[in-house]
Design a protein around this ligand. Structure first.
Ligand code: OAD
Length: 239
């Protein structure tokens, strides 16, 4: 049975995106074969302890990734979500685990970066979050306080993701929760589908392969994001 046909009229949508939506833009995912977490140890480059142990290693890793994402461009999946964002009259929130800015560069505005952003730095001395496109390895001074205390504004394991209150408020109001391109391996994002379900939302997964949490979704559509996301958006806007 077609998911959309079975659905009650919907107004409020929460969309969770992960690394899979940016894969076809040439940004490595984390857990695929050859993905980032095969090339680098999580505990070395994505924990506060790793940063305390070897800050140069961590700053170099993020300097490389910050430079790389600036050479990438949005793909049809980002563009389709931006089109939906522009056209959808109800509430819509794109909660992304991604630290790239491809949703915004495609034109989406209702985007929340729960794991931070590559193009922001965070000052450990004064808590400023300046926009940052350059390397941090040489310890540039914070534009707000002058201290050489900037780190990537990326949420590491053991740190609390951003804006959880706002995300839970949106999930409470959601008629539809859609998960795109995420393996469902990392909490709290991996638990959103169950939150949304228990609060009455329909749930849809769009992914290359079934994720760890696939059984919690009313419907799963498998395929590359550049194909399944535009098809779903067209269906939603046309229906
Ligand atoms: P993962 O690398 O864990 O999962 C990526 C998902 O995208 C997998 O399920 C792939 O099957 C799917 N995928 C790959 N290519 C795709 C394509 N072309 N179209 C659609 N789907 C595709 O990435 P995330 O789930 O985003 O956190 O990882 C979650 C978090 O773990 C990240 O935000 C990061 C990481 O550690 C932090 O760094 C805090």
């Amino acid at each position: 049975m077609c998911f959309m046909a079975a659905m009650a009229p919907l107004r409020n949508i929460v969309i969770l995106t992960g690394a899979g939506i940016s894969a076809e833009s040439g940004i490595d995912t984390f857990r695929s074969a050859g993905g980032l977490w095969e090339q680098h140890k999580v505990e070395d480059v994505a924990t506060p302890e790793g940063f305390a142990r070897d800050p140069d290693l961590v700053l170099r890793f993020y300097d490389m990734r910050r430079a790389a994402i600036q050479t990438k461009t949005p793909n049809p999946a980002h563009e389709a979500l931006a089109k939906l964002d522009g056209a959808w009259g109800g509430e819509l929130l794109i909660v992304t685990q991604n630290v790239d800015d491809l949703h915004e560069r495609a034109g989406a505005t209702r985007v929340l970066h729960m794991h931070g952003e590559h193009l922001n730095a965070w000052c450990a001395a004064c808590d400023a979050r300046p926009r940052w496109t350059e390397p941090l390895i040489h310890r540039p001074p914070c534009p707000a306080c002058g201290e050489p205390a900037l780190r990537p504004d990326v949420v590491w394991f053991g740190e609390v993701p951003y804006e959880m209150d706002r995300i839970h408020a949106a999930l409470r109001e959601a008629d539809l929760f859609v998960s795109i391109g995420t393996s469902g391996a990392v909490y709290p994002a991996a638990g959103f589908v169950r939150n949304a379900r228990s609060l009455g939302a329909q749930t849809l997964e769009l992914n290359l392969e079934a994720s760890q949490g696939s059984r919690w979704f009313d419907e799963t559509r498998l395929g590359p994001a550049s194909e399944v996301v535009p098809a779903w958006v067209d269906e939603l806007l046309g229906g």
